[in-house]
Design a protein around this ligand. Structure first.
Ligand code: UTP
Length: 288
């Protein structure tokens, strides 16, 4: 059976980024660089690799740097080109007007509410969601792996990974059913459970493929954990009436919403780069 293709992606980037203050007072968290590319650029590259055509950013006040990043930078480009500089360094940073849309979440009422703000642009088709501070790095991108699974199973898909049990209370956790290779059936979902109530140690890791029905569920969704409108709660309500599967990502994940995860991502990527690996290896030795 063929399933409607995933053409659109929503990037909720309206959060306040309080864990990175004061760095994120005037700069969006999503613009923090992993070496020399901002987090949001990696997420957009991953979407393009997965065949997604339209990027929908849910922004808020103080997030205009994201719009500028994906726009033309006439002065910069003109000056660079007239000086014969290598322009490929800007690859991936131009999104054509038809390929991107921006919508504002006026009050950061939670991830579920941010997604709901994109409902008119998403329309009546399945769509992807990327949380750019979950940095997924693999030979094949996480979303591309998920789109392959979607082509087979349809319905709704989440990316998951195993974490130590004492950390589950910071995340959305799945209640796992039957397993088939990298695919696991999802029987239930709970947002930020106490460790003793967690149904597993498999957490949702920032990538989703959802059916548009989730928008109607979010419409009436009440505030959940942390007083925020939670996407996990809306998805949990759909289980039973719609297929839900989890995909275990074959690759590395860095939680760049946390300082340690962000630093780890920088070191891990630097060690994979020919222009940096030797220098980084040398100075790491000096410190440990
Ligand atoms: P986080 O839970 O990481 O929140 O949101 P945050 O505000 O970005 O960061 P901290 O916890 O204060 O440091 C997960 C994702 O959901 C988006 C965020 O931008 C991030 O991509 N989000 C969250 C919204 O777009 N709107 C919201 O109301 C909440």
């Amino acid at each position: 059976m063929s399933h409607k293709p995933i053409r659109k992606a929503v990037f909720p980037v309206a959060g306040l980024g309080t864990r990175f203050l004061p760095a994120t007072k005037a700069i969006p968290k999503e613009m923090l660089p992993i070496i020399d590319r901002p987090l949001i650029q990696y997420a957009v590259d991953e979407a393009i690799e997965a065949g997604i055509e339209q990027m929908i950013f849910v922004t808020g006040r103080g997030k205009s740097a994201i719009e500028d990043h994906f726009d033309m930078a006439y002065e910069l480009e003109h000056t660079m080109s007239s000086r014969g500089k290598d322009m490929t360094i800007l690859d991936g940073t131009h999104l054509k007007p038809g390929n991107c849309a921006y919508v504002r979440q006026q009050v950061p009422m939670g991830l579920g509410h941010a997604i709901w703000c994109a409902r008119d642009i998403v329309g009546d088709e399945p769509f992807a969601i990327f949380l750019p501070d979950e940095f997924m790095h693999g030979k094949t991108g996480c979303m591309k792996q998920m789109v392959s699974a979607y082509k087979e199973k349809g319905g709704n898909l989440l990316s998951v990974l195993e974490i130590p049990e004492d950390q589950v209370s910071s995340y959305g956790v799945i209640d796992p059913g039957a397993r088939d290779g990298t695919l696991t059936e999802v029987k239930g979902l709970v947002e930020k459970p106490a460790q003793k109530d967690a149904p597993s140690n498999l957490i949702i890791s920032g990538r989703y493929i959802l059916q548009p029905d989730v928008m109607r569920t979010l419409e009436n969704q009440e505030a959940g954990s942390g007083g925020e409108i939670q996407l996990t709660d809306a998805m949990a309500k759909m289980i039973g009436s719609q297929a839900f599967h989890a995909v275990t990502f074959d690759g590395d994940r860095y939680d760049c919403g946390s300082k340690a995860g962000y630093l780890e991502a920088n070191f891990a990527l630097a060690l994979q780069r020919d222009d940096l690996a030797d220098d980084v290896r040398k100075f790491i030795k000096k410190y440990i």
